[in-house]
Design a protein around this ligand. Structure first.
Ligand code: GAL
Length: 682
């Protein structure tokens, strides 16, 4: 069945009542989809094999030689997903490359220009070309491998994708087609109601304070940041704000926060948007506990209830509560913690056989609760009329339209950079947050990769002092002030200011995300699906149309950079690099390697300490290459949803061959928001 241009649903057997797209609520972006072309599907319904038995359902989908697959949600341990077994199971902190993830998705994307969603909330298994049915044809004799990789490569893969869904007697398969892989992904995201546009302040810097800090201690952190002119827009308050946190009372601890309303106001006076930590497991002291009982699962978690958010009445109770107590009180965002599975973290969550009043079991709830929880909280912010830019630790398919960024307790820096490449390929957002570090170098490198992510977040939930004053609380300095911390602070501030100077460019890229479904930060393969040289590049990202970042980890002073087709320039020096090659470049510690497509003009803002509806950016245009060029800048009121009705502006700054700049704008905001103060040709 055709649902929109490039969106087809095939129903096989009897799908289960609960699945990602059946259970989550979102509004497909029909107008945008209707304006796109209507490409031919990569394969027909007849080419999809389907069988069901008492064990569940098995699908067989075509895979052609040379085709590369990506997706399966946030994957921290691997990028390319061809020739693998993936188990789509929601779990906190998976250490192995099994498919388990904080945000797994039964979704893959192909370099052939299409995407597949097998709509299930079960722990489905995907065999992406690694399994081969016995077909009676004797395999070619191969040399015995001399290492593990060669040995298993010699066994050969299959040219099918097999999908096994336990218990289910059928499922919907969605096909998203496109002119290319990027277009197919964009259609998936648009169909699911995305992409998302943060409030302007959401692109600023998010600083989370120590778990047990009082209002006064947090206020002094804010004063210190402002005194040091360290940019900050969001302050995260960790579990200590609750009277009881595991499970949650959602009530302010009056000892630490004697007058929350007044304090929220004081923070607002400092242009700080508060983000409150919480999870869904509701403590008996909360007023919702009794009304929620009839809507909750039959297992307790940390002594609290697990609400069945798939029931509309339950969604409304929680959404109203979040609106009245947080969104409408001026809280800017929340951190929805602990909503992932606990197989690798001690098994604290409800079991798979738990049952919920809607008829859902624990396995399905593990897959869906992250999305449902985001939906309930998102509704609260939508009703209050203010955009949020929040955090969540579990998500999955169908959640593209929720303004939540993923994070993890895992901490391998290389994996965190990989997350920037994998999450967007399933329409998700990822924050490679900065926590405790073991060296100056590590802290600086982590700050740099956070600077080019959807949310630049410093999660100091364990640190009494800021990370530039104190490293690792456990292993290192035990709350002793670092000698020469000012130097380290200067390097951290430089990364934060780089972020702040990119905000107008990023905001415009996010607007395009909302408008077209193309992720603002994405791996190279999405823009170059025909170039085998970029198939495996999982440590570089495109930002918007023209900027490319190649973050470093501690220990690297040089690194290899893949330059896709075309010509590129160093962001800092203008040095030219031919595309279509891999080059070792110098990467001095104070610089995040950044490159610009030749011919592009990057608008850079004078860094500000915070962002607001009244912010005016002083923009210097940086032109990379000769000849005329232009930059486009988006703006709106920065916080409401009026942009959806067209209340926004696009400013086009044109530079002619002689470097003369002229600007024209459409809409009501751009003239106030941007002041073009200079142009520099690099
Ligand atoms: C973890 C979370 C951390 C921090 C901590 C506080 O679950 O991932 O970022 O919030 O809880 O208890």
């Amino acid at each position: 069945m055709k649902l929109a241009n490039g969106v087809i649903r095939h129903t096989f057997g009897a799908p289960e009542k609960f699945s990602c797209l059946r259970t989550l609520s979102f509004t497909p972006r029909r107008k945008e989809l209707a304006s796109l072309s209507d490409p031919t599907p990569p394969f027909s319904r007849e080419e999809i094999g389907f069988s069901s038995s008492s064990k569940g359902t098995v699908f067989t989908l075509p895979l052609t030689p040379g085709e590369r697959l990506y997706g399966f949600g946030l994957q921290l341990k691997s990028f390319e997903q061809t020739g693998k077994k993936r188990i789509v199971r929601n779990n906190a902190d998976p250490q192995a490359d099994s498919g388990d993830s904080h945000a797994p998705a039964p979704f893959y994307l192909s370099t052939k220009g299409y995407a597949v969603l097998v709509d299930t909330a079960r722990y489905a298994k995907f065999y992406t070309g690694c399994a081969k049915r016995l077909d009676g044809v004797r395999g070619a004799d191969k040399q015995l491998g001399l290492n593990v990789q060669e040995l298993y490569a010699a066994t050969g893969g299959g040219n099918q994708v097999y999908v096994e869904i336990p218990f289910a007697q059928g499922a919907d398969i969605y096909l998203f087609t496109g002119e290319d892989m990027r277009d197919a992904l964009a259609r998936y995201i648009l169909y699911c109601g995305g992409g998302v546009l943060p409030p302007l302040w959401g692109l600023g810097i998010h600083y989370r304070t120590k778990t047990d800090f009082t209002a006064e201690e947090i206020s002094s952190v804010v004063r210190e940041l402002r005194d040091l002119d360290m940019p900050c827009d969001m302050i995260g308050v960790e579990p200590g704000w609750h009277t009881h946190a595991y499970s949650c009372t959602y009530q302010w601890d009056k000892f630490r926060f004697p007058n929350p309303d007044r304090w929220i106001g004081e923070m607002a006076d400092h242009h700080i948007h508060l983000n409150l930590w919480q999870h869904v497991f509701t403590h008996p002291d909360n007023e919702l506990y009794e009304p929620l009982r009839e809507y909750s699962g039959d297992f307790e978690v940390w002594g609290g209830l697990t609400p069945d958010l798939s029931i509309p009445g339950c969604q409304t109770l929680i959404s109203d509560y979040q609106q009245q107590n947080f969104a409408s009180k001026g809280i800017g965002g929340v951190k929805l913690d602990e909503c992932d599975g606990s197989d690798y973290t001690g098994g604290w969550s409800y079991p798979e056989f738990a049952s919920f009043p809607s008829g859902m079991d624990g396995e399905q709830m593990h897959s869906l609760i992250g999305g449902l929880y985001q939906q309930a909280v998102n509704d609260a912010f939508e009703h209050s009329g203010a955009r949020t830019w929040s955090l969540v630790r579990a998500s999955g398919a169908g959640a593209c339209s929720f303004p939540f960024v993923l994070y993890s307790d895992l901490y391998e820096h290389r994996d965190f950079i990989r997350g920037l490449c994998t999450a967007p390929l399933s329409g998700l957002l990822w924050a490679p947050e900065v926590r405790q570090c073991e060296s100056r170098e590590e802290l600086i490198r982590r700050m740099q990769s956070a600077a080019v992510s959807p949310m630049m977040c410093l999660n100091n939930w364990m640190l009494r002092l800021p990370p530039w004053k104190q490293f690792d609380y456990e292993k290192n300095l035990r709350e002793e002030l670092l000698p020469d911390w000012e130097d380290l602070f200067a390097a951290c501030k430089q990364a934060a200011q780089l972020r702040m100077s990119l905000v107008p460019y990023l905001y415009t890229a996010f607007f395009r995300y909302w408008q077209t479904g193309v992720p603002p930060i994405r791996p190279l393969v999405l823009d170059h699906p025909d170039d085998p040289a970029v198939f495996g590049v999982d440590d570089q990202v495109m930002i918007g149309d023209s900027l490319m970042a190649a973050p470093c980890v501690a220990g690297e002073t040089r690194r290899e950079v893949t330059f896709p087709q075309g010509a590129w320039r160093c962001f800092y020096t203008g040095r030219r690099f031919d595309g279509g090659q891999r080059v070792t470049v110098d990467a001095p510690l104070e610089r995040l390697p950044l490159f610009v497509q030749e011919g592009a003009c990057i608008p850079l803002a004078k860094p500000l300490p915070y962002l607001s509806g009244d912010t005016v950016f002083d923009i210097t245009l940086r032109g990379y290459g000769e000849g005329p060029m232009k930059a486009v800048l988006y703006t709106d009121d920065g916080e409401s949803f009026r942009f959806r009705q067209g209340a926004y502006s696009l400013l086009t700054a044109r530079v002619d061959g002689q470097g003369k700049v002229t600007a024209s704008s459409s809409g009501e905001y751009a003239d106030d928001r941007y002041r073009i103060v200079g142009f520099k040709r690099m």
